[in-house]
Design a protein around this ligand. Structure first.
Ligand SMILES: [Fe+2]
Length: 199
């Protein structure tokens, strides 16, 4: 089953700056994603994206909201439309006249699946965070104290063990990290710090 989107232009440039409120995005998520675990994944990626925009990119409120929305909605269609994953949420956001940056970011969150290259920092970071967020969470869940005391080196050790969270592609993680200007260690630490309190 190919998830290739077959295009690399998304949304209408005339809609630049047109976002939805975070409440609206949560309402969409609650309606589209009954699976609580999957919703948590998106909330975690959203929290990490927002924090990165503010702390590392000096983003203003509007820009930080763009990063957060992309994180929150990137897998919104995955549960109900696994065969059309990404296409359905993109079309919905295009229908709602949402800022093309948000839509492109979602479209490029898995370049090896959707065939859309991440072309700016927001795109590159969602790819890296998407891969690592779930992995870090899995590494936390197997510990009695969960995130408390979770160290980067123990996540790195899990990455080297192919049987742990085997569905997470190590190749995609390496590919995603290589596209950023940051090390795997730095990004894992950031993910741990910013998703640990998300519920
Ligand atoms: Fe995801």
């Amino acid at each position: 089953m190919s998830h290739k989107l077959g295009r690399d232009s998304f949304g209408d440039p005339a809609n630049a700056g047109n976002l939805m409120s975070i409440e609206e995005a949560h309402a969409l998520l609650n309606e589209w994603v009954p699976n609580e675990r999957l919703r948590l994944h998106m909330k975690q990626v959203a929290a990490v994206m927002k924090a990165w925009a503010i702390e590392k990119e000096n983003a203003d409120e509007q820009t930080a909201l763009k990063w957060e929305l992309a994180g929150l909605l990137h897998d919104a269609d995955w549960e109900k439309h696994p065969d059309d994953h990404c296409r359905i949420i993109i079309e919905e956001l295009e229908k709602r006249n949402i800022d093309p940056d948000v839509i492109h970011c979602i479209a490029s969150h898995g370049p090896n699946y959707f065939g859309v290259e991440p072309n700016n920092t927001m795109d590159k970071m969602i790819y890296a965070f998407d891969e690592l967020s779930g992995f870090v969470h899995a590494a936390a869940l197997i510990r009695p104290t969960r995130y408390e005391g979770l160290e980067v080196k123990s996540v790195l050790k899990r990455l080297k063990s192919p049987a742990f969270a085997a569905q997470v592609s190590r190749e995609d993680i390496n590919d995603a990290i290589a596209r950023t200007d940051f090390s795997l260690e730095e990004i894992i630490q950031f993910v741990i710090d910013h998703q640990k309190d998300v519920s």
